[in-house]
Design a binder for this molecule. Structure first.
Ligand code: SF4
Ligand code: SF4
Length: 757
């Protein structure tokens, strides 16, 4: 107590001299050192700011060479709270990064460390001019010194963790399995070294300061004190030199790091907050964005292919936000590690797609930024060649993005979900597809018949509109078909969808849903022949024209009928109607059937009674789960079915793995790598299930096909099948004792089973 009291009575300067008496007048050598640090410190600062500023200005001009995106600023103006929230949660709170516990924690330590260490940079600049500088007000508080040292050590722990992660996931050894495959790993190691040097020089000069009596913190700065203890035997004179050298080295490393950042992937340090601020909310999933040209919505009736921009055919067709996305990529590879296309050996990596676009933008920049044709003519041949590269083209045409890359995407959303800096991969892929489809007419030929059928028949299979009613026959009750304004007695419009109405396996789900709604006493009606495809496959494929045509037709039908509440059985229809139709004036309250059924079970309007003694693993459809965050409703239904033993696959919920059908991939051949549905079924088989359940007709088809192949090769048991959660529920809701051989197995072949179609 006596010692603490003594310290409190000392003025800050006295505290320092009490431990390390300093001469009253600086020695001549020290005056030279002080002058030297001022001159060198200011010179390197001016040079670094000049280089970094010039580079940032150049990058800004490059971004502005892209198209305007007024909707981004407008969204921010209209919802300022959202911008503040994302800065707090995603940037300061590191929300997305912390989803990956170890690397997330390492990044958070490094990030927060650098924020706290901003104080030490202020101190370093103050020390340039006064060796006894302390931040006014707080510069002698022990807890400030402790906090600075604590976060300096935290940053060291963070970069040590990064080093271990990089060594363990070395792309040279791990190949495609490494999330760093394709990243600039050399630059990453250089950055780790620079961060280490920032901390090392900081502790070095602080330790020397303790021995010269210039250190502002009497207590708390534990790491600096340890280093000071090591340096103490060198004597005051050497410590004084080390203090000056360490201070200048610290500033040089910090400034060098700052300059390097503007030329490297670590540009994200500066750009990530900006990119997050202007990103789509709540995320880059759910709806695709309408086509815009020059910042204005594209009107197909008035658009001119010669003057308007249709999708992205050149790098400068991307908006400044697209350019910002490219510049912000940290090359962390989280997106790549979750991409089903990459995981199954296809050439698409969302990370490398962004990096290829970025590299092209940087290489073409002198051409884009040249103010006149004359200046362009004077550019080096390499720049002119880069400017001539097609944005999408095969290796023969030196395309920036290979068509196989572009068309491999299933729109599953895993990349967008994982990206810590909110890059919007799906939007960019779709925009490039739009140009290919609408201007170049270049797309996988097998998808052509799907587009033609949509245009001519309103469904991908080209079936007659009256066939949309076939599933209703033999149900045992009437399903009302909307004919004119929907009555007040009809609560829901049951949106059946093309697959639900026309595809044999999906029809079983449709019938199960209809029976469950009927059993629960829910009044519903269908559009029947008046329903057409929502346009989702056309839009995801890039044919915005066909999408608008179908969507407008459906919206007209729904609005004329006065529909307000819709229950959809297909997550793609659900997503399109709920999230994309509002762009065209169609606003409805939309639910997926699992949400409605879960509510009916919870309300006691549906009571599962018959046990289904099966081990079941649930597959999350991407457009239900990741895109629309419906994870619990299907699981709640399964929980209520007696006898069901649910077993999650390793990749589930937000990390669910695609079936391979989204992004219009359902209508394209899968010629490269392992089939995505086979990969998913292999994972499902790892849980040794009796049944695989899901909530999407596309998933049913894809997983069903994979199961059939597995049965043929003897890798799956004959009784294994994929069912919709609604089929599972209808088996259990139907009263009566369960057959001994398992209700599910018997029910599947029961011709009286509505879910059996
Ligand atoms: S949406 Fe899915 S398939 Fe497409 S790039 Fe992203 S992760 Fe890969
Ligand atoms: S796009 Fe996002 S997730 Fe992918 S590497 Fe870049 S920063 Fe990481």
């Amino acid at each position: 107590m006596a010692v603490r009291g003594w310290r409190r009575t000392l003025a800050p300067a006295q505290r320092r001299t009490r431990f390390h008496p300093a001469p009253a007048e600086p020695a001549p050598r020290e005056e030279i050192l002080v002058a030297l640090r001022i001159v060198v410190g200011l010179v390197i600062t001016v040079v670094a700011f000049a280089i970094a500023g010039r580079r940032l200005r150049w990058l800004q001009r490059l971004a502005m060479a892209g198209q305007p995106a007024p909707e981004r600023a407008r969204a921010l103006r209209e919802h300022p709270g959202r911008g503040a929230e994302t800065q707090l949660t995603e940037v300061l709170g590191q929300r997305k990064l912390l989803r990956w516990s170890v690397p997330g924690a390492a990044h958070a330590l490094t990030f927060w460390g650098f924020i706290v260490l901003l104080l030490t940079i202020i101190e370093a600049y103050g020390d340039l001019f006064s060796k006894t500088f302390a931040i006014p007000g707080i510069g002698h508080w022990a807890w400030v010194g402790f906090g600075e040292d604590l976060f300096a050590v935290a940053v060291l722990a963070g970069i040590a963790t990064f080093a271990v992660i990089r060594l363990r996931s070395d792309p040279k050894r791990e190949g495609r399995r490494s999330r760093f495959a394709g990243s600039h790993t050399g630059a990453a190691w250089l950055v780790l070294l620079m961060i280490f040097l920032v901390i090392a020089t900081l502790l070095l000069y602080r330790g020397a300061q303790i021995n010269t009596g210039d250190f502002p913190y009497p207590r708390g700065a534990f790491a600096s004190q340890i280093v000071g203890h090591w340096l103490h035997p060198l004597g005051r004179g050497v410590n004084s030199v080390i203090e000056t050298a360490g201070l200048l080295a610290q500033l040089a490393v910090v400034l060098g790091f700052g300059v390097f950042v503007t030329y490297s992937k670590h540009l994200h340090i500066a750009l990530a907050p900006l990119n997050v601020l202007f990103s789509r909310r709540p995320d880059g999933l759910r709806a695709l964005q309408p086509m815009r040209s020059g910042g204005k919505l594209l009107d197909f009736e008035e658009a001119d292919p010669d003057t308007d921009i249709f999708g992205r055919g050149k790098i400068e067709d991307f908006t400044w936000k697209g350019m910002l996305d490219m510049a912000t990529c940290t090359e962390c590879g989280r997106c790549q590690s979750q991409c089903p296309a990459w995981a199954t050996g296809k050439p698409l990596s969302p990370k490398m797609l962004i990096l290829d676009l970025r590299d092209h933008a940087l290489a073409k920049a002198p051409y884009l930024l040249a103010d006149s044709a004359e200046l362009r003519d004077q550019l080096p041949e390499s720049v002119k060649k880069e400017a001539e590269r097609p944005l999408v083209g095969d290796s023969a045409s030196h395309g920036v993005i290979d068509p196989d890359v572009l068309w491999s995407c299933t729109n599953c959303g895993a990349c967008v979900q994982e990206c810590p800096v909110d890059i919007e991969h799906i939007d960019h892929i779709t925009d490039m597809r739009r140009h290919q489809v609408l201007i170049e007419s270049a797309f996988p030929p097998e998808a052509a018949s799907m587009l033609k059928n949509l245009e001519n028949k309103g469904n991908p299979w080209g079936m007659g509109e009256m066939q949309r009613l076939e599933w209703t026959s033999g149900l045992g009750f009437d399903v009302p078909v909307v004919d004119g304004p929907i009555g007040d007695d009809v609560e829901y419009l049951f949106w059946v969808g093309c697959a639900g109405a026309l595809e044999d396996r999906a029809r079983k789900t449709t019938r199960a849903i209809a029976e469950l709604l009927h059993t629960a006493g829910v009044s519903f009606a269908i559009l029947g022949p008046a329903e057409t495809c929502t346009g989702d496959p056309a839009r995801r494929m890039g044919n915005e024209f066909v999408f608008s045509m179908l969507a407008q037709q459906n919206i007209e039908t729904l609005n004329e009928a006065g529909v307000r509440k819709i229950v959809a059985s297909c997550p793609h229809c659900f997503n399109a109607i709920a999230n994309e139709y509002p762009q065209l004036g169609g606003n409805y309250e939309v639910m997926h059937h699992t949400q409605l059924l879960a509510r009916l079970v919870a309300d006691g309007r549906l009571t599962p009674v018959t046990p289904v003694e099966e081990k079941i693993t649930y597959h999350d459809p991407c457009f239900l789960g990741r895109h629309n965050k419906v994870f619990t409703a299907p699981r709640e239904i399964m929980e209520q079915v007696p006898g069901v033993r649910a077993q999650e696959m390793h990749r589930c919920k937000e990390r669910g793995f695609c079936c391979g059908a989204g992004g219009a991939r359902m209508w394209m051949e899968e010629r490269i790598g392992k089939r995505i549905n086979t990969e998913r079924i292999d994972e499902a088989l790892g849980t040794d299930p009796d049944t695989i359940s899901t909530g999407c007709p596309y998933c049913m088809v894809m997983l069903g096909d994979a199961i059939s192949a597995k049965k043929s090769s003897g890798e799956a048991k004959e009784s294994l099948e994929v069912v919709d959660v609604a089929q599972l529920l209808v088996r259990s809701v139907r009263p009566g004792p369960a057959p001994a051989a398992s209700a599910g197995a018997a029910g599947r072949d029961d011709p009286a089973d509505p879910g059996a179609g």
